[in-house]
Design a protein around this ligand. Structure first.
Ligand code: ADP
Ligand code: MG
Length: 683
């Protein structure tokens, strides 16, 4: 086999391996191990040294020892429950090999009488004789046994021995790739090759050696391949030629002057970045990332206005109808009257809907608002020039890529998300898009006062709420998230609803995962219109909706949530100009970690900073949005411990993008680390 560039060997099916039966194969598949490459990342947890053999007289009871013996005599009792035994000996003494539940045929095969056999296992002592029970390491070939054996974390049904055998097979056939990294990058890892790194990684003495060159090189490969794939997707989308928009800055600026607030610096900067894309002849695929309440909507409406003034249509999609309606109402209020806007709603009459569709097709509507319904097949646009998608954090790379194809070539795409993530993850999760960030909040914002309270002090909380209601304010009450059970989750909200409804009769409503969509919309609308005071819910309260009159949020069992999520929930309030409060409730005395987290929340209202802290405390797997991103978890790389590698990869990526290097030399890297499953058409 030509191993030089053969990544295909590593991508081949498990049946390529000798000694892997269907049963093992299926067990591995269940663990998402489908090819040889996947197996490389199951690392040894510890090792057992079976390399030194002893004579029987020197065996140490209770320890794992290796001994070469000659089987002398079988003893297969006819009574069930009694074990089979094989008497073995060397010139210094005797030892019994004991077998529970093994067939005679098998025993005779592995321990044939008169032949020298090497056996390794834990040494016991019974009735004045050494014994090994159910020995797993038995062979005529002593070299096979006398080794250091890696212990992999065992999976159901796949024995360590088989696993060891499989891995040593792959590692001895490991392809030797031509180096894909630049000299500069290689110098950071003392020039260790990929092949050598994998071999080092599996050496027993290297277990847990995270700071080593081989470990870091492999982590870097993983990070870099992700960035590379993202960059290729981005380049591919940007290569699409479109008709550029012509920005009417006079109209834009007079609109901005008429707003009842001044835009923040970051809002202006983002708008300029978007305008540049709109007026370029390459398709825009941009993410507008900003903390809750940072004012993304107005930026997107300005982009819409500019697009409309350039003679194109705009479609704005929100995740829920109520949010779509809120955007629609806002636009209706602030847009010049000559702009035609419509909302496609689930409630619209059939006739009305048909009318809207006709108008869209005839370019009589400039901007349409709605949920995903606005992208159904039957919705035909005459001249769609911009798609805006609000709160898209649930979309993964694949969905985003599909989205970029929507709307035809002339259509730019702007996505918005209120999920700040740590910087190191931005390239990982959103690297397929250009990114504008709004970090700074509008100046008139009052900080949300954040308190922690023991659950036993609920009376204090009720008193506080009572006062707030008297002041005309509204309250969100978020019930514990119990991940283990959706049912429990839902019932705890129901119980709390009943409890609060007794204290505040007819002032409380309930929302949970099982609430019917239409009922949910009604409840949210009623809350928006101040028809009741307290909304009890699980964590499903929608992102993005402005409830200007709600200024208190109570979060029960707050230690169940990550920092980012608490921040996100807290962001439901504090959008208006009232003083707002967030009360975090806890079941018992706080752990040090919990105290640390509350301190961070109390001291900061910066979602980006909080997400960094969250990642430090809980690891990146829990960061909001990461799980939905469509990016598989890293195998070795860790955004916290390998922060420097993420930065290095970002730098290297920019260098390669700038020099517009042929990326074909990275082909094995990309093919092997296909973390997004979308790269088939790239290399
Ligand atoms: P998000 O970024 O979470 O989508 P929104 O766009 O809903 O935030 O804005 C939240 C609130 O802030 C809205 O009521 C909006 O009118 C207001 N707002 C936006 N920009 C500014 C600004 N520059 N100054 C003051 N208020 C602003
Ligand atoms: Mg929003």
């Amino acid at each position: 086999m030509n191993n030089k560039t053969n990544y295909e060997y590593l991508l081949s099916d498990l049946s390529t391996l000798s000694g892997v039966g269907t049963k093992t194969k299926n067990l591995l598949k269940k663990k998402n191990i489908n090819n040889l490459f996947d197996l490389l990342w199951k690392l040894p947890k510890s090792y057992t040294d079976r390399s030194l053999s002893s004579k029987i007289k020197d065996l140490k009871i209770g320890e794992i020892q290796t001994v070469s013996v000659i089987p002398q005599k079988y003893n297969f009792p006819r009574i069930r429950k009694l074990p089979n035994r094989v008497l073995c000996a060397d010139e210094t003494g005797e030892i019994d090999c004991i077998f529970f539940n093994s067939y005679e045929g098998y025993i005779k095969k592995i321990l044939p009488l008169g032949k020298e056999i090497t056996v390794s296992g834990k040494i016991g002592y019974f009735r004045n004789k050494y014994q090994i029970t159910n020995p797993k390491y038995v062979s005529e070939d002593s070299a096979l046994i006398k080794q250091v054996h890696n212990n992999y974390s065992l999976m159901d049904g796949v024995s360590e021995k088989i696993y060891n055998k499989i891995l040593s097979q792959i590692i001895s056939n490991l392809p030797d790739f031509s180096e894909w990294h630049s000299k500069n990058i290689m110098s950071k890892f003392q020039n260790i090759s990929w092949n050598k790194s994998i071999k080092e990684l599996h050496k027993p003495e290297n277990i847990g050696n995270y700071k080593s060159n081989f470990y870091r090189r492999l982590a870097f490969d993983e990070i870099f391949s992700t960035f590379l794939v993202n960059s290729e997707i981005r380049k591919k989308i940007k290569r699409i030629k479109k008709k550029n928009k012509i920005i009417n800055t006079i109209k834009q600026n007079s609109f901005i002057e008429n707003l009842d607030f001044t835009l923040t610096k970051d809002q202006i900067k983002s708008l300029n970045e978007i305008n540049k894309d709109l007026s370029s002849s390459n398709k825009m695929f941009r993410l507008l990332q900003g903390d809750v309440g940072s004012g993304k909507t107005i930026v997107s409406l300005l982009a819409a206005l500019n697009t409309i003034n350039s003679g194109f249509q705009v479609a704005l999609m929100a995740p829920t109808e109520i949010l779509a309606r809120q955007h629609f109402n806002l636009a209706k209020k602030i847009f010049p009257t000559n702009i035609n806007l419509e909302l496609i709603s689930g409630k619209s009459e059939y006739r009305e809907k048909k009318e809207i569709l006709k108008k869209l097709e005839n370019n009589k509507i400039n901007i349409i608002f709605g949920t995903h319904a606005i992208f159904q097949k039957k919705v035909i646009y005459k001249k769609l020039g911009l798609i805006i998608i609000d709160e898209q954090h649930k979309f993964g790379v694949n969905q985003r890529k599909r989205l970029s194809d929507k709307g035809g070539v002339d259509c730019d795409v702007l996505l918005m998300t209120a999920t700040p993530i740590p910087r190191t993850l931005t390239m990982t999760i959103y690297g397929d898009m250009d990114i504008s960030i709004i970090r700074e909040k509008p100046k008139n914002r009052k900080p949300i006062k954040t308190y922690s309270k023991l659950e036993t002090k609920i009376d204090d909380v009720l008193k506080f709420i009572n006062n707030q209601i008297k002041l005309g304010n509204q309250i969100f009450w978020v019930c514990p998230l119990i991940e283990e059970s959706k049912k429990l989750d839902h019932s705890s909200a129901v119980l709390k609803f009943k409890y609060l409804n007794k204290k505040f009769p007819n002032q409380v409503s309930l929302l949970h995962g099982k609430t019917h969509l239409e009922e949910k919309n009604t409840i949210l609308n009623d809350f928006l219109n101040n028809k009741f005071k307290i909304l009890v819910s699980t964590t499903i309260i929608e992102v993005g909706i402005d409830f200007p009159n709600a200024n208190v949020i109570v979060i029960e069992n707050a230690n169940k949530f990550g920092l980012s999520q608490l921040h996100q929930l807290r962001g439901r309030v504090g959008r208006g100009n009232k003083d707002s409060t967030c009360i975090l409730m806890f079941k018992s005395n706080l752990s040090d970690n919990a105290k640390k987290r509350i301190k961070i929340l109390k001291n900061s209202n910066d979602g980006f900073l909080i997400s960094e802290e969250d990642m430090k405390l809980r690891g990146f797997g829990d960061i909001l949005g990461f799980k939905q991103s469509g990016i598989k978890n890293f195998k070795l790389a860790d955004p916290i411990h390998n922060n420097d590698l993420f930065i290095l990869a970002e730098k290297e990526m920019k260098r390669i993008e700038k020099s517009d290097k042929d990326i074909r030399k990275f082909k094995p890297l990309i093919k092997l680390y296909d973390r997004a499953d979308i790269i088939n058409d790239i290399v």
